[in-house]
Design a protein around this ligand. Structure first.
Ligand SMILES: NC(=O)c1ccc[n+]([C@@H]2O[C@H](COP(=O)([O-])OP(=O)(O)OC[C@H]3O[C@@H](n4cnc5c(N)ncnc54)[C@H](OP(=O)(O)O)[C@@H]3O)[C@@H](O)[C@H]2O)c1
Length: 327
């Protein structure tokens, strides 16, 4: 079969022949992969920088996807940490880490949206006791995960939903997705802090995709602008597109009732993440959450890697383009 294969962490994967994997026990299924998302997590898997990387090569990247098993059913699957990923004509999945999808599902839409949507869905469902009416700030709302976080917050009945990000055009599109206000993060830092403090002074929950210096500046602005400093403010750390570390001033933690938690692989048990998949897949299949997806054949995987660095769309690799309805 063909697969995208990483043989060196310094180079993108190449389309080449690769041995078909074999199921090892009765829970494993060999599936024909129809669609696999090229998420940031897949890029960090393929360049060896993700915290779960073991350094083992060769590696077929891809952490999740949509495929069809020997029983003929369409499934969304999440792979464990493995060198046999989803960007191959076939892969082996654990049936317990999969959800059977309705036949009418669009594999591209599901493969594009599940990973970014899971970031906020799991954060709000598993890391905190989110209640309808609570106000949410999405920090880094212009990326795919941030745009879906706005929609997920709306789905769970959030009160105010504030989207903050750099890209003005994409920020402008957030109101159609459910944002009640937006804040641009570029420009003069003092003005940004004032805008953020005014807009987000009454938020209960922050879903943070940025971390790094922008998150520190935002945290100080939100704490400073707090309408009631004694009211709980939960900062959920979900992504780190702006930097892996953040020098948080100690005063921010004392001056407001702020708690910082993380949400991701490790801080939420695999079983708890898997338990959320059916309901999330159902909403994506229904079209509750939208994402700009860009399908590309597996044979073009090198171009897909190059394009992923610059496009705001979520690239979805199609290992069997002729069998995917969206191709
Ligand atoms: N923990 C979890 O469960 C989980 C799950 C999924 C994803 N994630 C993480 O969430 C993050 C976002 O994922 P994604 O799928 O949304 O990625 P994405 O679609 O590539 O979006 C990333 C966004 O980050 C913005 N950005 C980059 N640097 C920035 C900065 N310094 N300040 C403000 N914005 C900045 C970019 O906006 P511009 O247009 O302004 O450049 C871009 O829109 C990644 O770190 C990913 O690994 C975590």
């Amino acid at each position: 079969m063909h697969a995208a294969v990483v043989t060196s962490f310094g180079s993108p994967p190449r389309y080449q022949e690769f041995p078909s994997p074999r199921p090892r026990d009765e829970d494993e299924l060999l599936v024909d992969v129809l669609a696999a998302g090229l998420h940031p997590r897949v890029r960090s898997q393929a360049n060896g920088s993700h915290y779960t990387s073991t350094g083992e090569l060769p590696l077929v990247p891809g952490i999740d996807g949509v495929g069809r098993g020997p029983d003929g059913r369409l499934r969304y699957f999440v792979l464990p940490d493995t060198t046999m990923g989803a960007m191959a004509e076939q892969t082996v999945i654990d049936a317990r880490r999969s959800v059977v999808l309705p036949e009418s599902s669009d594999p591209v839409a599901v493969a594009a949206a599940m990973n970014p949507a899971m970031s906020s869905w799991v954060a709000l469902r598993q890391r905190i006791s989110f209640e309808p009416g609570q106000n949410v700030l999405v920090l880094g709302a212009t990326g795919n995960a941030g745009r879906i976080a706005v929609q997920v917050a709306k789905h769970f009945g959030a009160g105010a939903i504030i989207g903050a990000g750099r890209d003005g055009d994409r920020l402008a599109g957030l109101s159609a997705l459910g944002a009640t206000d937006t804040v641009r993060l570029d420009g003069d830092p003092d003005e940004v802090a004032q805008r953020l403090g005014r807009a987000a002074g009454a938020v209960d929950v922050v879903i943070d995709y940025l971390w790094g210096e922008p998150a520190v500046a935002a945290m100080v602005a939100v704490v400073t602008g707090r309408v009631d400093r004694g009211s709980p403010l939960t900062w959920i750390q979900v992504g780190s597109v702006a930097g892996p570390t953040a020098p948080i001033p100690s005063a921010a933690l004392r001056a407001a009732r702020l708690q910082i938690v993380g949400s991701g692989q490790g801080s939420v048990r695999p079983r708890a993440i898997l338990a959320e998949l059916p309901a999330l897949a159902e909403q994506i299949t229904r079209g509750t959450f939208t994402i700009d997806a860009h399908p590309m054949p597996l044979a073009d995987v090198e171009r897909a890697w190059a394009d992923a660095a610059s496009t705001s769309e979520r690239i979805v690799v199609l290992p069997q383009p002729s069998r995917s309805p969206s191709a």
